[in-house]
Design a protein around this ligand. Structure first.
Ligand SMILES: C[S@@+](CC[C@H](N)C(=O)[O-])C[C@H]1O[C@@H](n2cnc3c(N)ncnc32)[C@H](O)[C@@H]1O
Length: 274
């Protein structure tokens, strides 16, 4: 049986080939695989955890801490990854902001994919990340939620998609989004703010990379079924109604505009503890 929160999980989006490519790129930049102890922060349903496992050079000596505040996501990650005799995986139920208490050991790398934008007090979080790393440890994160992540040539699509979806929501369900209930991921930092955040914590930025990614229809379709996305673009709207309106609106606009892909910019940062 699929539970309500599994139904609105990140899994179907996370398994799309374009998304795997984006995160493989981050793991490349951070040279993930050489390290022994790795934290996958905001691991979700384990998409990145699996990529980390695949590139471990010596899985038998490696410990992965997969941290998320959603028990449903952690359970889905454990089910997806299954029993592994060769690598120790600790599923840690915690807010990222409580990293210090949640992971006792110091680690060689902390990977944080598409989740940093959720946390309001990023300064404290990045300080905890630095404390948790061994000397020369690597902190690598990426996000597609920052000011500038929507390229100019995607604006028309977004405007039309949102307008059409809101109209469908109103017409078919008599509902409107509550714009006053804006969530943290909608309050976006500039890329430069992210760099300064990391530098001010005492990290040396190794790579600071913008990657324009062509997101196919399936990407927008599946993200429309992810609870955090629905709550972000249609605050206060019941998930089932929000998903339905967004997916219907998407299908119509995609066809009308004869689209193949819509671009999005990912910021990837890899930094070393001095
Ligand atoms: C967009 S998903 C990304 C999941 C995974 N990193 C990936 O890329 O496949 C964001 C994840 O961050 C988790 N998350 C959001 N805020 C969090 C917080 N404050 N502490 C821990 N996890 C959080 C959510 O539960 C969700 O699983």
């Amino acid at each position: 049986m699929v539970t309500a929160s599994e139904e609105y999980s990140f899994t179907s989006f996370s398994n799309l080939p374009f998304y795997t490519k984006v995160n493989e790129r981050l793991l490349d930049l951070a040279e993930v695989g050489k390290q022994r102890n790795i934290v996958d922060l905001g691991c979700g349903t384990g998409g990145i955890t699996k990529l980390i496992i695949e590139r471990l050079q010596s899985a038998k000596d490696t410990v992965i801490y997969a941290v998320d505040h959603s028990t449903t996501a952690l359970k889905a990650a454990a089910d997806e990854i299954g029993d592994r005799k060769d690598v120790a995986i600790n599923y840690v139920h915690s807010e990222a902001q409580n990293l210090t208490g949640a992971v006792k050991e110091k680690v060689d790398a902390i990977v944080y994919c598409n989740s940093i934008h959720y946390v309001p007090d990023k300064t404290d979080l990045v300080a905890q990340i630095k404390d948790k790393l061994l000397p020369n440890g690597i902190f690598a994160f990426n996000t597609s939620f920052f000011e500038g992540s929507h390229p100019e040539d995607s604006h028309e699509f977004f405007r039309k998609w949102m307008m059409r979806s809101l109209r469908i929501l109103k017409r078919e369900h008599g509902l409107s989004a509550d714009k006053s209930a804006k969530v943290e991921s909608r309050v976006q930092l500039k890329a430069q703010d992210y760099i300064e955040l990391v530098e001010n914590a005492g990290f040396k930025v190794l790579v600071n990379d913008f990657n324009r990614v062509e997101v196919p229809h399936e990407g927008w379709h599946h993200i429309s079924g992810f609870s955090d996305w629905i709550e972000g673009v249609m605050p206060g709207v019941p998930l089932d109604k929000g998903r339905e309106a967004l997916q219907k609106g998407l299908a119509q606009i995609w066809e009308e505009m004869e689209l193949k892909t819509i671009p999005r910019i990912w910021l990837s940062v890899s930094a070393a503890k001095a």
